[in-house]
Design a protein around this ligand. Sequence first.
Ligand code: PGA
Length: 254
Amino acid sequence: MTTRIPLIAGNWKMYKNVSESVQTADRLKELAGGVTGVEVMIAPTFPALFPVSKALQGSLISVGAQNMHWEKEGAYTGEISAAMLVAAGCRYVIIGHSERREYFGESDETVNEKIAAAVQTQLIPIMCIGESEKQREAGETFSVLDKQLKMGLKGLFADALQNLVIAYEPIWAIGTGKTATSEQAQEVHLFLRSKLTEMQGESLAKGIRILYGGSVKPQNIAELMAMPDIDGALVGGASLDAETFSKIVHYQSK
Ligand code: PGA
């Protein structure tokens, strides 16, 4: 049986300057730095990546970036490459978050380029997919996700995708306080795993961690994690406070 180590990832979005980020990371290190059986990751803003990764040295908490460019280097003002993120201490990178898709022109094609570049650089991509409220109401959830998954992973195969993480984030649940029920999330996660099995074979699909994201809080994490195909969470708002995020990380001991 494949065991998937759960991943609890915090996405700090455009919050906290460098010193606030380091302060929160220091506190999180005290509260959750030695936790085992669950992997923990935080994704601060770009300027805070290096100082936060320094602050977390000696703990088991990893650092991730919230975006990247697919080229190695070049005249791309405002962008950052996978190798630069690794050099700043990153192990993970979030790719295709719905806010990037909605406000910054991210498409399935750019997601695909970014995933290819991340895996080539040994950076673990967390690929975000999810349907809008309108799409869910129109009964399009599964077709939307199918397309995002297929296009995002186009041309990429099992050996490149060993460490891939998928985050299912229904857009209507992000930052709204509306969480998908654990049954709704499980239904989608099971669908995604069966699509991954069709696309990449069973052994890879069984090992891929599928996170749920969208208003995850200390109050709903245990119920979500009890579902067989939910392998962790991508947490926005509730990851900004070290005490609250640590409660999510310690969901098993509750
Ligand atoms: P939220 O954000 O937890 O604040 O809903 C989740 C996300 O955007 O990843």
